[in-house]
Structures are given as C-alpha cells and as structure tokens.
Design a protein around this ligand. Structure first.
Ligand SMILES: Nc1ncnc2c1ncn2[C@@H]1O[C@H](COP(=O)(O)OP(=O)(O)OP(=O)(O)O)[C@@H](O)[C@H]1O
Ligand SMILES: [Mg+2]
Length: 295
C-alpha cells in the first residue's frame, strides 16, 4: 500500500489524503506526558555518510522540538565543518570543543557545553580542529570508545543526546555509533538515496557485533520530500518497501525555509514556528517519544 495511485495519462499521481507520505494512515502523534525527572540520556546518532541529506538540519530542529516538549537535550557537533554549532549560533573559537574532550584529559566535558537561545537545548561545539582527530585517535587505546567515555560523564544531566555525524564512515562516526543507544538515518527523497545505505547498515551491524551490542536503528527519516514530484514519492515508496516500519511516519518536505533558518542561526521552530516544516519537526519529536526512542 502506498499513498499514491499513478495516473497513466499525465504521469502524476493523485494523493490519498487519508494516507501519509509513507503510505500509512495519516495521523498526529499525541502530546507526550511531561517527565517526572531528568536523565540519564539516551544517545542518538544522526548518521548517513552521504553528504547534504539533512543530518545537521534534523539535529538542530529535532533538538529544538524535543526541548519544547520539556526534554533536556544536548546536541553534539561531531563534524569539523561545525555546521551544527553555526546553525545554533554558538561559539566555536577560543572555547572548549569536542576535539579537546576527545584528545586531552585536562578538559571537563561540562566546560565545553554552551547554552543556545532555545531553552533546554545545549551544544558541545566543533571546529576544524576535529578534522585532525581521526589521525590522532588511531594510536589511542580503545580508540572507538573515546566519545562514549566523554558522553558518559554528561549523560546524567540530559534526557537525550543527539550526535550530528559528519558524512563519512570513518573512526569519528564509529565513535559516535559506539557511544549511541540508537541511530536515526536521514535519507533524502532523491535518486540514489538508497545507494550507500546498505554499507551504512553493515557498519552499524559491525559496531553492534564488536563494540556496542545494544545499538538499535531508531528509524529512517525521509527528508527533502516533494509531494508534487512523482519521483520523490517513488523514492519514498521504495524506501518503505525496503525498510517497512523502520521508516518513520514523519517525513520532512523540501522547503527553502531551511537554508533561511541556517542563515538566521536558529531552528525553524524559532524562525518560522507556523511553517509546515516546523510542524513536521514537532511531529518527529513526538513520534520518537511515542516509539520510545526518547523518554
Ligand atoms: N527539508 C529541506 N528542504 C530544503 N533544504 C534543506 C532541507 N533540509 C536541509 N536543507 C538544506 O540542505 C543543505 C544540507 O542540509 P544539512 O546540512 O542538514 O545536511 P547534512 O546531511 O548535515 O550535510 P553534511 O553531510 O554536509 O553534514 C543545507 O543547506 C540545508 O539548509
Ligand atoms: Mg551536517
């Protein structure tokens, strides 16, 4: 079952409004119960070695919408490009970054945490220094487990930690997966979206076998979806065929509001709270709470 029927005459499809974009009945996820207390955090990596699929955008906006649900959220910038830090408007120079926490023992993880303009959303920033970390970590004892050791020390203060991975399956990403309870894979609804996903899942399975038996796939998130194109719908159909219920029901549509929000260094929920994409990220937060991926 999918949400579209193809019209042989014009090549477009008519959408059944009762079905969501992933072909399941459209629904709103319920408002979550408030939490009695906070922590320890469940750690989730946003991971896809393909570039530009919405990992950073999702970390920022999911972080903001989970915080709006009363969750204490720590977002970890784990990409030397520092896009997450920039997108949340925090400092990346002359401050303690994730690189310092990984490579030196003088720093307390708490010293690297910065607050954002979103109440309940904190960040550990990164900058270009992190690009050297992979080379330095190679010679460390238990080199895959260094980030896990760092995050263990701040986990009691948060309900969820989101790690924004860089587009690679190298040692930094393996550190992120080793530190994580779950993984969310953002997938752009474009041609070749599925290319590379098998390798990513194989990497997650290797990490599960060798380093982190508890890691689970929390969901695959369709991003940059355009309901007006047959092509976008077909890609999503194929993803649902391949991954079934692992595909999250929430789908993020393509909109120019995201590049605008990055320029504004703010989540879309602050920049354009009534925009459909802000609503989609609120739904994503609720879906992940509903599925038990977040407390
Ligand atoms: N739903 C969307 N609609 C339109 N543009 C989007 C959407 N989501 C993200 N973008 C834009 O696409 C670009 C890439 O997004 P983003 O940086 O989140 O991807 P990424 O997976 O983190 O990339 P990288 O692999 O380089 O880290 C950014 O300019 C962002 O503003
Ligand atoms: Mg990114």
């Amino acid at each position: 079952m999918t949400g579209s029927q193809h019209d042989p005459l014009d090549g477009t499809a008519t959408l059944d409004p009762a079905l969501g974009p992933t072909g399941r009945p459209a629904r709103e996820f319920p408002e979550p119960e408030p939490l009695d207390g906070h922590g320890p955090a469940r750690i989730i990596s946003l991971c896809n070695q393909k570039g530009g699929v919405g990992k950073t955008t999702t970390t920022i906006n999911l972080g903001a919408t989970l915080a709006a649900e009363g969750r204490r959220v720590l977002a970890v910038d784990f990409d030397p490009q520092g896009a997450l830090s920039a997108g949340l408007g925090v400092r990346t120079h002359d401050v303690t970054t994730i690189y310092d926490l990984l490579l030196t023992r003088q720093h307390e993880p708490k010293d690297a945490i910065q607050h954002t303009t979103v109440e309940g959303l904190d960040v550990i920033p990164a900058n270009i220094d992190l690009s050297a970390a992979e080379v330095h970590l190679v010679n460390e004892v238990a080199r895959e487990q260094i980030l896990a050791g760092v995050l263990r020390r701040v986990a009691p203060d948060y309900d969820v930690i989101l790690i924004d991975c860089q587009p690679s399956l190298g040692l930094l990403t393996v550190n992120a997966l080793t530190a994580s309870h779950g993984v969310v894979i953002p997938l752009e609804c474009e041609y070749f979206a599925l290319r590379g996903v098998a390798l990513l899942i194989e990497t997650i399975e290797k990490v599960r076998d060798r380093l982190n038996p508890a890691i689970t796939l929390d969901g695959i998130l369709g991003t940059m979806y355009d309901a007006r194109t047959l092509h976008s719908r077909e890609v999503l159909e194929r993803v649902v065929e391949a991954f079934g219920d692992q595909v999250l029901e929430t789908v993020i549509t393509r909109t120019v509001k995201f590049p605008d929000a990055s320029v504004a260094s703010a989540p879309i929920t602050q920049f354009a709270p009534e925009h459909q994409a802000a609503k989609a990220y609120r739904q994503l937060a609720r879906e992940l709470i509903f599925r038990g991926a977040v407390a």
